[in-house]
Design a protein around this ligand. Structure first.
Ligand SMILES: O=C(O)CCC(=O)C(=O)O
Ligand SMILES: [Fe+2]
Length: 348
């Protein structure tokens, strides 16, 4: 596993203080026998382990130890929101960019399991971690920019038609391709949202990201324009009409809005389509910084993020998105301005 060790001095000095005060009051420690019987790490048959594949595979021990190092005095922790708690632990091990609320981590990291259990354990144990507590280890993440062979330029229909074989190969090996200036003329109403649908917030307490300074959310797009676009893309990728017929119902577009400071944590969108196991994102703003799109995957013990800078309005990424695959996707922090985009082939 690509991990680096680091000790948490703050926590270590705190635990020493706690030990001292506990020993000072003999009657209290005798009365509190239940805390002494707690074993490390806490065991409960109802607690779900992390899935065996995906970005957090094999990181159970690291997460347990990170949780034990979280300072109970911090205001964040006192919120006792399990998503915020798991986020803090993930941040400590360098994996704070992974979503906790969606496939495949919803049940392993959500309410009423591992994290709730850990919180209960440390509360009952008066936040006095066992002497055998391992040091925090940071997971190494390798960030790589997209290579030239995965970058195309020009109107998407034309570019896909011309390069489909290369594109498919790049998607298989790198998980993502970029088409610069894929769209030039998008109708005015293409960015409008359904009025009767409630936008899904992107925020820490949901586990899907960080809200930023203004509200961040996604919601269904209304414009028929995106139906046409998705049909064109499907026709370009699937030369066989039977295949097209099988997947043509999988079209759905969402509008994504991010405020300054927002992040979309690495996730999979429940995409189960074997014939066209891809999604696409089209950029619709220009005056922002950060907000890089990425595809992340774990191969053996190495976690790689392929980072794609969508720069111009109309730039599009097409990426491997099947939940049966190793590929996750997300967006890095928007450091300046606001970012808007359209997500295509969203699972229903
Ligand atoms: O805004 C982005 O770059 C990513 C959006 C996303 O998660 C999606 O289109 O499924
Ligand atoms: Fe997504």
């Amino acid at each position: 596993m690509g991990v680096t060790r680091r000790s948490n001095n703050k926590r270590n000095s705190k635990s020493k203080k706690q030990k001292t005060s506990k020993h000072a009051s003999t009657s209290e420690s005798l009365a509190d026998t239940s805390t002494k019987q707690l074993s490390w790490p806490p065991t409960d048959p109802s607690a779900k382990p992390l899935p065996l594949d995906g970005l957090l595979a094999g990181l159970d021990e690291l997460l347990w130890s990170a949780m034990a190092h979280i300072d109970p005095q911090t205001s964040k922790h006192q919120q006792k929101k399990c998503q915020v708690f798991s986020r803090e632990a993930l941040n400590l091990i360098g994996m704070g960019w992974v979503a906790t609320n969606t496939h495949p981590y919803r049940t392993a990291l959500g309410k009423g399991n591992k994290y709730a259990l850990a919180m209960e354990f440390f509360e009952r144990n008066k936040w006095n971690p066992p002497a055998s507590l391992p040091e925090i280890q940071k997971v190494e993440v390798v960030d790589k920019e997209l290579t030239k062979s995965s970058i195309f330029e020009g109107s998407y229909q034309h570019v896909i038609q011309k390069n489909i074989k290369v594109m498919q190969r790049e998607l298989e090996t790198n998980g993502v391709i970029l088409i610069r200036n894929a769209f030039s003329n998008v109708p005015e109403n293409a960015l409008s949202m359904k009025t009767n649908c409630t936008p899904t917030k992107i925020q820490q307490t949901t586990g899907n990201g960080i809200a930023g300074e203004t509200k961040s959310y996604y919601a269904d797009a209304t414009s028929d324009y995106w139906i046409k676009v998705q049909n064109h893309i499907l026709r370009g990728f699937l030369c066989d009409n039977d295949c097209f017929e099988q997947v043509k119902g999988n079209k759905k577009a969402i509008i994504l809005k991010y405020g300054q400071g927002a992040e979309n944590h690495a996730h999979q969108d429940n995409n189960q389509c074997d014939i066209f196991p891809y999604q696409a994102t089209v950029l619709f703003s220009e005056n922002f910084e950060g907000g890089e799109f990425y595809v992340a995957f774990k191969e053996e013990s190495t976690i790689t993020r392929r980072i794609v800078k969508l720069e111009n309005k109309g730039d599009m990424v097409i990426f491997a998105a099947s939940k049966k695959s190793k590929y996750f996707h997300g967006m890095m922090r928007v450091t300046k301005g606001e970012r808007s985009a359209v997500g295509l082939f969203q699972p229903k």
